[in-house]
Design a protein around this ligand. Structure first.
Ligand SMILES: [Zn+2]
Length: 340
């Protein structure tokens, strides 16, 4: 069942743009909605799908009462298909893509649009992406494929080039904060928003899962390993066992902020505003070139985390290499990096 998708306040402009395309009969055959996690990209895709499938043509939003809207709300509209991995974090298989492409060949039941939402589109494997490519090359009228992703670089360039792209930016801080305050009773909404890198839905998820406290612990450990005050191997076990994905995402964003601080004489805008002072302390004595190399390596480890690779070994490699960046370590012999 598809719940009626909310249109979050910061998505109104993007939706208005899409609805203008609909009214002008200029809806593309493929649309790529990209932007950071936690901005509601999928809900925007579904809200637009709902508007396309609504039978009332002049309403700026889905009317909510026509047959199209009823079927949409019940999750049984025959002209809407959502395609996602069969299990969270896994790939979208070629057979899944072939099935929906086959459905696209059918006539719309209501002589209107047929819509496919693929989310996250970057989880299509090579074969699945190639199968989709053929359809994108020859779009049929009134067929819309919406690809949703926060990692557009992982899509085939040939797929990206055949889509009209809509990039969703983080909302202005006051809009995001007003939303968080309305939805939670958390005492530190500003810090929550900062730790979610400005993404309001990510912030709510963090509040619900109690991730703010875990992030604090991780940053403390990250700092200590970097200062040579904590054993990286012992820490790897904790990181591998609790919130491993979030942990590496946090590490990547701290590293990005450290690089920004290292490269700028001015005060750069940071993703982790709440950690600004602590990060400024940490960057002292660190080599920016080494940090950049290390961040690239951590991106690779983050990708490995989604495979069957041993998590403990991944985090040992992450943390041992982190400890090797320490100004205290630089004079001593570098520790051996675990291979995975
Ligand atoms: Zn309707």
């Amino acid at each position: 069942m598809i719940a009626e998708p909310a249109l979050y306040p910061w998505l109104q402009t993007a939706f208005d743009h899409l609805d203008a395309l609909r009214r002008d009969d200029r809806v593309p055959g493929a649309l790529l909605i990209q932007g950071a996690e936690g901005l509601g990209k999928r809900s925007l895709a579904l809200h637009f799908a709902a508007r396309l499938l609504c039978l009332e043509p002049f309403n700026p939003s889905p009317c909510g009462v026509c047959q199209g809207c009823h079927l949409f709300k019940a999750g049984t509209h025959p002209d809407l298909t959502t395609l996602e991995p069969e299990e969270v974090g896994k790939i979208i298989k070629v057979d899944q893509v072939r099935k929906v492409i086959q459905d696209l060949g059918l006539m719309s039941l209501y002589h209107g649009y047929r819509v496919i939402v693929i989310d996250p589109a970057d989880q299509m494997n090579q074969n699945a992406a190639n199968a989709l490519l053929k359809t994108l090359e020859e779009p049929a009228p009134k067929n819309l494929i919406i690809l949703v992703t926060h990692r557009p670089h992982r899509l085939l360039a040939t797929i990206r080039s055949r889509c009209q792209t809509l990039s969703i930016a983080r909302p202005k801080k006051d809009i995001a904060l007003a939303f968080i305050k309305e939805k939670t009773t958390i005492s530190s909404p500003e810090r929550l928003l900062s730790s979610a890198e400005g993404s309001p839905l990510r912030a709510l998820e963090m509040a619900e899962k109690g991730l703010l406290g875990i992030r604090d612990q991780r940053f403390e450990a990250f700092s200590q390993v970097l200062k040579g005050q904590e054993d990286p191997v012992a820490m790897a076990q904790t990181w591998a066992e609790e919130s491993p994905f979030e942990t590496l995402d946090w590490v990547l964003s701290w590293l990005l902020d450290l690089v920004r601080l290292g490269l700028s004489d001015e005060a750069p805008a940071l993703l982790n505003e709440d950690l600004g002072e602590a990060l400024k302390e940490l960057i002292k004595g660190l080599d920016v070139g080494e940090l950049i190399h290390y961040r690239d390596a951590v991106s690779g480890y983050r990708a490995q985390l989604e495979t069957t690779a041993n998590r403990q070994l991944i985090f040992e490699a992450v943390l041992i290499r982190l400890s090797a960046l320490s100004p205290y370590q630089r004079v001593a012999q570098r520790p051996k990096v675990a291979s995975i």
